[in-house]
Write a protein that binds this ligand. Structure first.
Ligand SMILES: Nc1ncnc2c1ncn2[C@@H]1O[C@H](COP(=O)(O)OP(=O)(O)O)[C@@H](O)[C@H]1O
Ligand SMILES: [Mg+2]
Length: 283
């Protein structure tokens, strides 16, 4: 096994998937997800982000092409799928697709109980997971009484309680208010700092640029750009073509450079804090 493959949790090569009605889900899609990375996937509605995510935990299976997981071709046997879904935590975009138990506590307990973990450990994990998402006070509430944002947080807790190696979140920020989005961003930073690989879909280019270390751009079922966040500024044309726009901080940096307030050849800042640092050195 090559070093390159060992460092990737997933490698897709020429993966094609069509839905039964003939809709194109993925088309010759090739990409890799680096172990330990924070990867943001962007693309218009219908570009294949959700279809891609459903392939990672084997809910969908490619009709052609290969998926390699931690160096081995993905194995779709029942026994392996059980192990795979413990390692690969998927948070669905729509919480109603994921929640099915009567109470919040029951729902978050379901995954780890299904993993065969003893009840005391499950109780501890559930407490910890609900605290992480700020939902411990709602532990005994019926799931159907929760708001959309609360349901999303319970879904995240359910995945966290399984302690996966990689967490995949399909548009986690959608439908959350500003304060919940901030809390989620902090949680994602903490999980990554603790060693988790995180992959998420988003429509927010500013958040993606600020948060991710790798960015994938999807179009018509293909990964058309895979780059580091630091190299995203080189993809201006693709970003415009896909209607994603340029991150605000890059636009401001370019304007300041054009006005001679910053040297033109300087590296693009990754955040407003970094840009302010550049300015403080100059002004
Ligand atoms: N269950 C389905 N049946 C038929 N077509 C589907 C289904 N789910 C998604 N598609 C189609 O597959 C394509 C990719 O969709 P999707 O992966 O959901 O994109 P995204 O998540 O980027 O919005 C779209 O054309 C969409 O209409
Ligand atoms: Mg989607």
């Amino acid at each position: 096994m090559s070093e390159k493959i060992k460092d990737n949790i997933f490698e897709l090569q020429d993966v094609c998937f069509r839905y039964p009605d003939g809709s194109r889900g993925l088309e010759q899609c090739s990409l890799s997800i680096h172990s330990g990375s924070r990867t943001a996937v962007l693309g218009a509605n219908g570009s294949g982000k959700t279809t891609l995510f459903l392939h990672f935990n084997a809910i969908l299976r490619p009709q052609s092409g290969t998926i390699v997981c931690s160096g081995n071709p993905l194995n779709y046997s029942r026994q392996n799928l059980h192990a795979l879904r413990s390692r690969i935590g998927l948070v669905f975009q729509n919480p109603d697709s994921q929640l099915f138990s009567a109470s919040v506590r029951e729902d978050v307990s379901f995954g780890p109980l299904n993993q065969g973990i003893n009840k005391q450990t499950v109780r501890e994990r559930v407490e910890e997971a609900l605290c992480s998402v700020g939902m411990i006070d709602c532990a005994e509430k019926p799931v159907h009484n929760l708001s959309h944002g609360q349901k999303k947080r319970v879904c995240i807790a359910g995945v966290l309680a399984m302690q996966p190696d990689i967490m995949i979140l399909d548009e986690p920020m959608a439908g959350l208010d500003h304060s919940m989005q901030n809390d989620l961003e902090i949680l994602l930073q903490r999980l990554h700092a603790d060693g988790m690989t995180i992959l998420l879909a988003t429509h927010d280019i500013d958040f993606a640029y600020r948060w991710a270390d790798r960015i994938l751009l999807m179009d018509q079922g293909q990964d058309v750009v895979s780059c580091t966040a630091a190299d995203l500024s080189k993809e201006t044309e693709q970003l415009h073509a896909l209607g994603l726009g340029i991150p605000n901080v890059i636009q401001l940096h370019r304007l300041l450079a054009a006005k001679g307030l910053l040297p033109p050849g300087e590296r693009q800042p990754l955040s407003f804090t970094e840009l302010v640092g550049f300015l403080e050195q100059r002004l």
